[in-house]
Design a protein around this ligand. Structure first.
Ligand code: 0O2
Length: 234
């Protein structure tokens, strides 16, 4: 079975199986019409995001007592829309069910933590991962090993429990941790990545320029860190 021609009843109404004839818009219409189980799933992810955001806020406050600066500049959160979940499952050829989404998609809940300095990222990640209700599933360090595009961030996929009216449920959350400079770069590069109808030669030139900007930006992060360390020492 491929994901693009069948919807399991669990992602729609209980005991109701729907054939969508490969039409993703039709699937989405049906899911929106029968939203309760989907709403419950999205709510679980929203709760997981709130739990994780609170953990980072608490760490920010506690660590600021030692450091005399707030290590976290900002926290952004999002839960993928139903439309994006269905499109991603379909793209991956996976069954379009609630169970399939919960098992296979690790980025439905997303938290982005933006720090001033690179060393804050690692310290906060370490303190966060030391908490007993946080289980690390995957760690990808694109700061030590930047992507060919120049993209830098520390990515963590974790599992954390949420407590629902039906008991405890472990939820995946994707966490992206980066500096202000990395965040600035990523949002500009994201615009290029998703720009439609751009001249291929222009796109290639801009991608090269952005790669060079990422290098310069990483050097700036490094210099700022050294300056902060000297200020703290003297
Ligand atoms: P969007 O539109 O931002 O949500 P994997 O199969 O796990 O190894 P995957 O799933 O691509 O690889 O995960 P990865 O590499 O950890 O990237 C996940 C997210 O990181 C992306 O989500 C982006 O948000 C961000 N990201 C990764 N690479 C780049 C990059 O080169 N530039 C920018 N701007 N962001 C990047 P989405 O869903 O791909 O995109």
């Amino acid at each position: 079975m491929t994901g693009n021609n069948q919807i399991n009843s669990s992602l729609s109404a209980p005991n109701k199986s729907m054939q969508a004839n490969g039409n993703i818009n039709q699937m989405l219409e049906q899911l929106h019409a029968d939203f309760d189980p989907v709403y419950s799933m999205l709510m679980n992810y929203q709760c997981a995001v709130m739990e994780v955001e609170t953990k980072f806020n608490v760490l920010n406050n506690r660590l600021s007592l030692q450091d005399e600066h707030n290590p976290i500049e900002s926290i952004k959160t999002r839960v993928k829309s139903l439309d994006s979940i269905v499109r991603k499952l379909d793209k991956l050829g996976l069954p379009i069910t609630i169970e399939s989404a919960e098992e296979n998609l690790q980025d439905i809940a997303g938290v982005r933590v933006v720090c001033s300095f690179v060393d804050d990222i690692y310290r906060i990640a370490e303190c966060f991962l030391a908490q007993e209700d946080v289980t690390l599933v995957k760690r990808k360090d694109y700061i030590q090993n930047p992507k060919p595009s120049g993209y830098r961030s520390l990515h963590l996929i974790i599992k954390t429990p949420v407590y629902t009216e039906n008991g405890k449920k472990d939820m995946f959350v994707e966490i992206q941790m980066r500096t202000i400079a990395m965040d600035f770069w990523a949002s500009l590069e994201h615009k290029l990545r998703y720009k439609k109808n751009i001249n291929p030669q222009t796109a290639e030139e801009l991608a090269k320029e952005l790669e060079a900007c990422a290098e310069e930006s990483a050097k700036l992060d490094e210099k700022m860190l050294r300056i902060r360390e000297r200020i703290a020492r003297d």
